[in-house]
Design a protein around this ligand. Sequence first.
Ligand code: HEM
Length: 392
Amino acid sequence: VSSTRLVDRAEPFVRSLRRRADTPGRGPRTTVVLGRLLGVGVLLCFATGLFSHLVQEQPAWLPLAPRPVWLYRVTQGVHVGVGLALAPLLLGKLWSVHPRLFAWPPVTGVRSALERLSVLVLVATALLQVAIGVMNTAQWYAFPFSFRPVHYALAWVLLGSAVLHVAVKAPVIARHWRAPRASGPSVEAPEEGVGRRTALTAVGAATAATVLLSVGQSVTPLAPLALLAPRRPGLGPQGLPVNRTAREAGVLQTARSADWRLEVVGAAGARLVVLSLDDLRSMPQTSATLPISCVEGWSQEADWAGVRLRELVALVGAAPDSDLLVSSLQVRGGYRTSVVRGPYTEDPATLLALTLGGEQLDLDHGYPARVIAPGRPGVLQTKWVRRVEVLG
Ligand code: HEM
């Protein structure tokens, strides 16, 4: 008797769940509309992410060009801006299909098993990719693995499973690609549940708000609106944000020391020139207006001045297009050194910067000297430089 009562009591609840699951807004058309936007977003993230990977790895086979100076700023701004917009779109799409994710029985044959496996991989990868991407931009490294290699591998898995998913669902996608001609009951406000228009408007509003409240981290005039952005243009010492401070890098003593010297080393250690800060200041100074473009999406233009790298390495007899290894005083962190490839060394705007906005560099911006070059991600603009070595 009691079990019958339990079923009786549960029935209205189950019926209401089913009604909500059957809500008109959750039809295939909603899923296709959101899927199209997600597809474009994932492709944009993949292309810009791959570009970021190559710019950082600088493989020898890749013809690298430091110009235009704003290129990495734009590609990585797009990557993180679109990446953030993927979060509400993905949640909206999962809302539109989730009753089917838990359909029972889960598989009805080999074909359906393969189809569901591909959906599982796609959903898990997309959620993980977006989650760790957002966490990375907030510098919240709560995951027990290194971000870049995992995010890079997931990008390929995501691309592959998305292509497979589109192929499997091609007939449904084709059927619902265009809006239905007559506005059926699923478009108009239904008597019960959520209509398609309401569902799409809600997801669209959440996506627009996410973009509007974060895009100012790379589009400077919108900086005051960027309330969701961890770093905002204009905020930081000398009006420029900082990712890693001198304290975090462990250089508080060494960077301020009167004993600081810059070592310029020729190919195979053949020649060595040691320069003090005054020596560097007495060399010809060049000014350049270049952005700092952080891998985490924020960017800001600034006025730098210092010694051209190609003039510096000329002191040890190196060609202006030499590959260089730049080392920092930094004792912690993965970016203690960086390679500057020939095309960047040669660029007249590639500097060992000594000033920012006409003032001596702030300690957190790399005092006494830092690299600033066009078209390089911020992590490669090595701060607190102690040694420049000609490679090869
Ligand atoms: C969903 C599709 C996405 C794809 C296919 C994708 C792909 C990639 C790839 C291939 C890289 C280069 C990794 C490397 O240098 O080895 C990258 C970097 C990056 N991605 Fe994504 N990404 C996606 C989403 C996101 C999202 C949602 C965010 C955050 C909002 C994000 C934030 C980042 C950041 C901060 C980097 C730079 C990491 C670094 O160099 O330290 N990504 N992405």
